[in-house]
Design a protein around this ligand. Structure first.
Ligand code: PLP
Ligand code: TYF
Length: 401
C-alpha cells in the first residue's frame, strides 16, 4: 500500500538533536534546538513549576476532560499576560481565546480559522527568514504563503526599508505574520518606533496582523516589555490574532501549553468567533491536555508563584545575555577571529544568527562535535561557562578554514 511513499527529509532543527545524540565525543555541544539549558548544560525545570505541581498534586484533581477551548482560568490569565490587565478588549470580554497544543497548535488553529473565515485574500506574508515550521504549517492550513524582507545580511540587522516596501506592495487585506519579540532565527526585532511605523502601514493597507509570541519574557527578561508590539497594535485599534507558547518562558516544552486568541469588535462578535473556534478544534483533537494548563494557570493566578516565575524568566534571559557577552569577548579579544561579531551582543532572545556559512557549520559538526542549524543559527542557551571557550575556539578554526 505504501510502496509509492517517498522517504521525507528530517526536520532541519529537530534532526540536529538526532545527530548530536549519535555523537559519542565528550566535548559535543548541541546548539540546534531552542531549548533552555542551565549553567551546567542541563534542562531546567523552573522552581515556580515545581511548586505549582506540588499545589496541583495536593489538590487531588480528577482527570475529567477539559472543555473544547481548554481551562477557562488558564485562557483568561494567558490573555491577561499577553494583552495586559488594562487591555480594553480584555475588559470588554471581546477576546476569543482557546487553549492550544503549545505555540505550534495555536498557529495551526489560527491558520485553519483564517482559511475558513477570513473575508479578505487568504494570503499570509512571512518574514525572510522565519521559523522553518511556519511555511508548511500555513500551507497545510490552506493559506497562500508569501514573504516579506526582514533580515539584511550586510548590516546583520533589520531590513526595515525592504520590510516596508514588501508590505506596501502586498495586496490590500493580506495577512502578515509578525514575531512579537525575539525573532526566530535572527534575534533581530524592530524598535518600538519601527513597530509604530509597521502598525501605521498595516492600518493603511488594511493588512491583518497575526502575532506569533513564542518567547514572551525571553527578549528583555520582562514579560510586559516583550508584549509591547501586541499591545501597541491593539491600542492603535487593530484587531489581531495572537499565538502564545509557554514552552520557553515556563520551560513547559513537552507539556504543550499555549493559547490562540483573536480580538473582536464586541462581546457579541466574540461569542460567534468562540463558537467557530470550537468547531475548528473539535474535529482536530476534541479538547486539549490538562496538566500543563493547570501548571501555567497556577503560576499565573498565584501572586507569590507569579513573582518567582518572573524572577526565573529574568534569570534565564540574563544568563543568555551574559553568554553573548562572553562569546563576543572570546571571538573579538580572545581569539581575534576575523570578522565583526558585534551582532552576537546586539541580537536578543534565545538565538544568535552568527553569520557562519553552511560549510563552516558542517565543519563545526564534523571536526568539533558542535551542532547547530545549517543557516548559522545557534541556541545561546546551549552555551555555558564550561563549553563557551571550546565553542569559540571551534568557531575561530572554522572561520579561518
Ligand atoms: N513560533 C516560533 C517562532 C518558535 O520559535 C516556536 C518554537 O519554539 C514556536 C512557534 C512553537 O513552539 P511550541 O509549539 O513548542 O510552543
Ligand atoms: O526553533 C527552535 O529551535 C524551537 C523549537 O519542529 C522547535 O522553535 C524546533 C523545531 C520544531 C519544533 C520546535
Amino acid at each position: 500500500t505504501w510502496s509509492a511513499v517517498p522517504a521525507g527529509p528530517p526536520d532541519p532543527i529537530l534532526g540536529i538533536t538526532e545527530a548530536f545524540k549519535a555523537d559519542t565525543d565528550s566535548r559535543k555541544i548541541n546548539l540546534g534546538v531552542g531549548a533552555y539549558r542551565d549553567e551546567n548544560g542541563k534542562p531546567y525545570v523552573l522552581n515556580a513549576v515545581k511548586k505549582a505541581e506540588e499545589i496541583i498534586t495536593a489538590a487531588k484533581l480528577d482527570k475529567e476532560y477539559l472543555p473544547i477551548t481548554g481551562l477557562a482560568g488558564f485562557t483568561k490569565n494567558a490573555a491577561k499576560l499577553a494583552y495586559g490587565a488594562d487591555s480594553p478588549p480584555l475588559n470588554q470580554n471581546a477576546i476569543a481565546v482557546t487553549q492550544s497544543i503549545s505555540g505550534t497548535g495555536a498557529l495551526r488553529i489560527g491558520g485553519a480559522f483564517l482559511a475558513r473565515h477570513y473575508p479578505n485574500p487568504k494570503i499570509i506574508y512571512l518574514p525572510t527568514p522565519t521559523w522553518g515550521n511556519h511555511i508548511p504549517l500555513f500551507k497545510d492550513s490552506g493559506l497562500e504563503v508569501r514573504n516579506y524582507r526582514y533580515f539584511d545580511r550586510k548590516t546583520v540587522g533589520l531590513d526595515f526599508d525592504g520590510l516596508k516596501e514588501d508590505l506596501k506592495n502586498a495586496p490590500e487585506g493580506a495577512i502578515v505574520l509578525l514575531h512579537a519579540c525575539a525573532h526566530n532565527p535572527t534575534g533581530v526585532d524592530p524598535t518600538q518606533a519601527q513597530w509604530a511605523e509597521i502598525s501605521d502601514l498595516v492600518a493603511e493597507k488594511r493588512l491583518f496582523p497575526f502575532f506569533d509570541m513564542a518567547y514572551q519574557g525571553f527578549a528583555s527578561g520582562d514579560t510586559a516589555r516583550d508584549a509591547y508590539a501586541v499591545r501597541h497594535f491593539v491600542s492603535q485599534g487593530h484587531q489581531v490574532a495572537l499565538c502564545q507558547s509557554f514552552a520557553k518562558n515556563m520551560g513547559l516544552y513537552g507539556e504543550r501549553v499555549g493559547a490562540f486568541s483573536l480580538t473582536t469588535k464586541d462581546e457579541e462578535e466574540r461569542k460567534r468567533v468562540d463558537s467557530q473556534l470550537k468547531i475548528i478544534v473539535r474535529p482536530m483533537y476534541s479538547n486539549p491536555p490538562l496538566h500543563g494548563a493547570h501548571i501555567a494557570n497556577t503560576i499565573l493566578s498565584n501572586t507569590e508563584l507569579y513573582q518567582e516565575w518572573e524572577g526565573e524568566v529574568k534569570g534565564m534571559a540574563n544568563r543568555i545575555i551574559s553568554m553573548r557577552e562572553r562569546l563576543y569577548e572570546l571571538l573579538t579579544n580572545g581569539y581575534q577571529t576575523p570578522g565583526e561579531w558585534g551582532h552576537i551582543k546586539s541580537q536578543i532572545g534565545m538565538f544568535s544568527f552568527t553569520g557562519l556559512k553552511t560549510e563552516q557549520c558542517k565543519a563545526l559538526a564534523e571536526k568539533a562535535h558542535i551542532y547547530m542549524t545549517m543557516d548559522g543559527r545557534i541556541s545561546m542557551a546551549g552555551l555555558n561557562g564550561s563549553n563557551v571557550e571550546y565553542f569559540a575556539q571551534g568557531v575561530d578554526a572554522a572561520v579561518r578554514g
